[in-house]
Every structure is written in C-alpha cells, then in structure tokens.
Design a protein. Structure first.
Length: 244
C-alpha cells in the first residue's frame, strides 16, 4: 500500500498539505494509466490505497473535477474523464488565447514582470534539459519528470497572469487546467514540442525586454496558435488522447 506522508503540522494547513499530496498522487496515477479514462473512482478505495482518510481524497477529486480530468455524475460518483477530443483541445487553447493575450497586455511594462519571467524561462529550460536527459530509446521520461517540465512551462504563463494585476484573469487561467490536459495527452510518449515551446516563450520574453508590448502580444498569440496546432494534430493522429 502506498502511503501519502504529510508534513507534521496542524489544523487547516496540514489538511491543505495532505489534500495537495493526494492530488499529486492521483495525478501520477492518471499519468501512469493506473486510473484509466472512463473508469469509476471509489473515494474509499483510493483512500485505502493511499493510506489516508476519505476527506483529502474527496477534496482532491473536487480540484481534479475543476480541471476536467475527472467527472462527477449524480448517484454514480466520480469517474476518470475521457481524453479531450481534437475539437475540445482547440476550444481550450482558444480560451487560453483570449485570457493570456489580455493578461500580457496588462502585464507588459510593469516592473514586477521581467525578473520572475526571466527566472521562469530559465526554469523551463532546466526542466526541458532534465526531461531530455531522462528519455531513453525504450521509454519516455517518468511521469514525475514530465510533470516537472509541464509545471515549469505553465509557470511562464502564470507569471504573466500574476503580473497582470487582475486576480480573476489569473484564477480563470488556472481553472482551465490546460497544462494538465497536455500533460495527460503526452503521457506514454513524451513531450515532442519542447523545443518549439521554449523558442516561442523566448520570443515573448525578448519582445518584452525590448519594451515592445505589441510585438510580445503577437508573439504570445503565435505561441498559442502553435500549441493549438500541435495539440490538435496529436489528438487527430491517434496520440494517447485517442488511443488510451
């Protein structure tokens, strides 16, 4: 049995930490296909497997439901959501483009944007390097390594949203769970577009460093158009989004 070990603390903080650890454990189970698309999820069963009470499992499933990775139906409880179709992925990235280009317009020129954005880009490069180093001819990188890559990629985007000064833009972007869908889509085969993503992020950053906000917004729009093309092509070509 796998036990989730939460740090020793108390009250609401310990509960949040435990919920977050259960969330991470469930996400890894999704990536490793131990929780298959369409399969039902037993809160009590998962709690026993993870060695925790049902409460943090229930709370973690609520968070996963918000991302669209699990679904809940009346009288049936939770189930793993099917992978999004090509059309759904197209709509998802289109929604990102609406939010992120506006967030960038608002964030551009703010003194608090560039230092953390440079740091996020550097962390993204480091995560990509680690992912490539973990790749073998026999298998893609482990789920934990891929998660680190996608979290670093996503941090670049969240840094811009955070600097926009609008908490609702930031929360709406986080609520989409778009990076998690790309992560699940890439499970079992690895990330094939990491070079393109790094280069496209680099153009956004370079435009911002030159003080050209309009060019940066165009670069972000171009980046998200590329993300949309790649995600949709993967889904339509029968990548894990369709054949898991």
């Amino acid at each position: 049995m796998t036990h989730v070990n939460a740090p020793r603390t108390s009250g609401a903080l310990r509960r949040q930490l435990l919920r977050d650890e259960v969330y991470d454990a469930l996400l890894d189970m999704l990536l490793e296909q131990r929780l298959a698309p369409g399969g039902s999820l037993s809160i009590d069963g998962l709690a026993r497997e993870l060695g925790v009470s049902p409460t943090p499992v229930r709370e973690a499933l609520v968070f996963l439901e918000h991302t669209g990775l699990v679904v809940r139906t009346a009288l049936k409880g939770y189930a793993v959501a099917p992978h999004p179709s090509a059309d759904q992925l197209e709509e998802l990235v289109d929604a990102r483009a609406v939010l992120e280009t506006e967030a960038l317009r608002r964030a551009a020129g703010r003194a608090e944007l560039l230092p953390p954005l440079r740091a996020a880009h550097t962390a993204h490069l480091a995560a990509a390097t680690a992912m490539v180093a973990a790749w073998t001819p026999e298998a893609p990188p482990p789920a934990a390594v891929m998660r680190q890559y996608f979290e670093a990629d996503w941090a670049f985007h969240l840094t811009i949203a955070e600097a926009s000064g609008n908490r609702y833009l930031r929360d709406m972007l986080q609520g989409l769970g778009a990076h998690l869908h790309r992560l699940v889509q890439s499970a079992g085969r690895g990330v094939t577009d990491w070079q393109a993503a790094l280069e496209e992020h680099g153009r956004v950053l370079a435009d911002l460093e030159r003080g050209d906000a309009d060019a940066a917004v165009r670069a972000m729009a171009d980046h998200l158009a590329g993300v949309r093309r790649r995600a949709v092509a993967d889904a339509r070509d029968g990548a894990p989004a369709d054949r898991s």
